[in-house]
Each structure stands twice: as C-alpha cells, then as structure tokens.
Ligand binder design. Structure first.
Ligand SMILES: NC(=O)c1ccc[n+]([C@@H]2O[C@H](COP(=O)([O-])OP(=O)(O)OC[C@H]3O[C@@H](n4cnc5c(N)ncnc54)[C@H](O)[C@@H]3O)[C@@H](O)[C@H]2O)c1
Length: 335
C-alpha cells in the first residue's frame, strides 16, 4: 500500500484524491492546503488527515509519495523540501502537476534535489495517458501517416477561475502558453522529437485577466512543422482537436468528450478513395488521471523508471517559455 501526502486541495488535487481512492494499492493519508477549510473538506471526504503545515504532515504520516497539486510557482518549494527529507522519512517518490515549475531555474532546483536524494520525480503530463493521444503517437511511429509534415493542435475554453484568481495572474500561471498548451508541447515532443525553433504570437499579458490567446509555430528537428493554438477566450466550452498530416495520410481527432468516454480517430489514406481507415475505439473508458498516477505508483513498487522523466517536464517548460519570449519580442527563438 502506498501512502500519499497531497499538497493542495483545489481542483486538480480533488481529481487526484478521487483517483487514489480508486487505485487499489493507494491510500490518501494526508491533504495540505494553506486554507484549512479546504484541506479539511478534501481530507474528510476520503478519511485522510488535513494539514496546513508541510513538515508536520510529512512527520506524522510518513508518506511513500508526495503529490504536489498546488499552483505552479510553489511546486518547487514542496518538491525540494520533500526531497530533502526523503531518506529520513522513507519517501519513495514525488509527483508534481504540470507545468513542472514557473522557471527553468526552478526545474533545475527540483531535478538537483531529487537526484541528490536518489528519488524519482514524476511530472504529471496527463495527455500522454489520454488514449487518443497515445494512439496517435503509436500511429505516427508505425508510419501510418508516412513522413509527418505538419501537426496542428487546438486546445482551450473559457478563462479558468480558481483560488485567488491565480490563473489570471501571468506571473503565477504563465498564461495559456505555460499553463494550458504545455500539455501539447509535451505530447508533441514525445511524438515528434525535439523542437529546434519557436515562433509565437499571442495576447501575452495584455488581455489577462479577461482572456488569453496564443498561436505557436514549432519547427521540430525532424522537419515537422507544429501549429499549436491555445485559448482562454472561448466561452463555448473546452475543446481539443488534433490533425497530423504526412505523405502517407491524415490522422485527425476531436477529443471533446468527457474524461473516460470512448473516442474515435480517423486515419485517411494518402492516395485512393478517401474512405477513411478507422482506428479502434477505446474499449477501456479509463480515467487518464487515474492511469498516470497508478503508473507512477506501480513504477515505485516495482523499482521501474516512470515513463515521464523530470527532464521531460523541464523541456516542456523550455518550449513554453520560448513561446512567451517570442510573443514578447516578436522574434523567433532557437532552442
Ligand atoms: N493536468 C491537468 O489537466 C491540470 C488541470 C488543472 C490544473 N493543473 C495544474 O494543477 C495545479 C493546481 O491547479 P488547480 O486548478 O488545482 O488550482 P486551484 O486554484 O483549484 O487549487 C489550488 C489550491 O492550492 C492552494 N494553495 C495555494 N497556495 C498554496 C501553497 N503555497 N501551498 C499549499 N496550497 C496552496 C489553494 O488554497 C487551493 O486550494 C497547477 O499547477 C495547474 O497548472 C493541471
């Protein structure tokens, strides 16, 4: 049984808490938040203990895993503090929500602290666990679109409103580029390899806190062109679409279903009648958040390396920060 200490009791922490409740070898032991009433409400729901002091939580519950789900700028503090006490308390691994951190320097501090402690650090890039996205990667790798030429992703919805309206504060959230389309930067890098050049246009900080919008062009080292659109200016609801074109075909899907719903992706042949070759629907209906956390716990129990490494989290932040720099300077950024 893996005992989990959860940092944060907001939206994403609530999702993670529900996942631990459903994972057989997990027990949510403690929930920490700066708002005692929030920690009490979430801990109470799952029979865990509420905390407002991190060191007290660690000392009392001696967790196997610390899972950091508070707003982005504080990921670094909790990860470093947990890593520093890991050997004394028997902590086996740390997970942090995306984006890994607000700056590359913070990513480096997290990586260094976990390396020093010999501790796995998992960055929860959940899109890799969405079946349509993992299937699309497999289709690309199998050569079913031929040599990829371009990939377009669009992700977004209304401006998120949460604790202290922190998403609307660029200094804390990094806007839609760092917070939202980092999902796509990670999946794209996982699927198409390293990015060499970034050019972006966007509203930047000028329209926050009402909305944010960005259009990012990526050039991958393999020659693929990426076109990544992110919006917090769409009051019509959250939507995600993907289109991958290559000399062997076109793969497109629309992921606008509730989490866990079956999906359908269409792969159209590059030549001949465009009848469409259906790829299988997901028979599982598994919650991707549960899949990612179960994967990390399973790796810790087996002593296996998790599928997302700290360096992956850092590289996604690097692409996002390059896009923000490009929006601010009007110039392309070479990575
Ligand atoms: N993977 C995903 O799909 C996904 C979705 C949403 C958010 N996120 C990420 O999850 C993280 C949390 O976002 P959220 O939407 O849950 O935010 P939220 O505002 O809903 O919740 C944040 C919680 O953290 C608490 N908090 C604030 N400062 C704190 C601190 N210093 N220490 C401890 N607790 C503190 C707040 O009281 C609040 O309860 C962010 O990094 C965000 O980018 C990921």
């Amino acid at each position: 049984m893996m005992r989990v200490a959860l940092v944060g009791a907001g939206g994403m922490a609530s999702v993670h808490a529900g996942c631990y409740d459903a994972i057989e070898n997990a027990e949510l032991a403690g929930v920490l938040d700066i708002r005692p009433e929030a920690a009490e409400a979430l801990a109470g729901k799952y029979g865990a203990k509420p905390y407002t002091d991190f060191d007290t939580m660690l000392a009392e519950i001696r967790p196997d895993v610390v899972d950091v789900c508070c707003p982005t700028p504080w990921h670094v503090d909790y990860v470093v503090r947990a890593a520093e006490r890991a050997s004394e308390l028997g902590i086996k691994g740390i997970s942090t929500e995306k984006p890994m951190a607000r700056t590359l320097a913070d990513c480096d501090r997290m990586i260094a602290a976990c390396e020093k402690a010999g501790l796995p650090l998992f960055v929860a890039h959940v899109v890799r666990f969405f079946p349509e996205f993992s299937l699309a990667k497999r289709e690309v790798e199998a050569g079913n679109v031929g040599r990829p030429a371009s990939v377009r992703t669009r992700r977004g919805g209304p401006m998120p409103r949460a604790w202290d309206d922190w998403y609307a504060d660029f200094d804390r959230s990094g806007g839609a580029v760092l917070d939202l389309i980092i999902h796509d930067f990670d999946w794209l890098r996982w699927t198409f390899g390293e990015v060499e050049r970034v050019y972006a246009r966007g509203t930047g900080t000028s329209q926050l806190p009402s909305f944010d919008y960005a259009l990012v062009t990526l050039r991958f080292k393999n020659g693929t062109i990426g076109h990544v659109e992110g919006t917090w200016a769409d009051p019509g609801g959250f939507k995600v679409t993907v289109e991958i074109a290559g000399d062997g075909g076109l793969l497109e899907f629309n992921a606008n279903q509730p989490t866990g719903a079956p999906f359908k992706a269409a792969l159209q042949a590059g030549s001949g009648p465009r009848a469409g070759v259906a790829v299988p629907e997901s028979p599982t209906g598994n919650n991707p958040y549960q899949l990612e956390l179960a994967h990390f716990l399973d790796c810790l129990e087996r002593g296996a390396t998790p599928s997302i490494l700290p360096q992956d989290g850092k590289e996604a932040v690097r692409i996002a920060l390059a896009a923000i720099e490009s929006i601010q300077t009007g110039k392309a950024v070479t990575l």
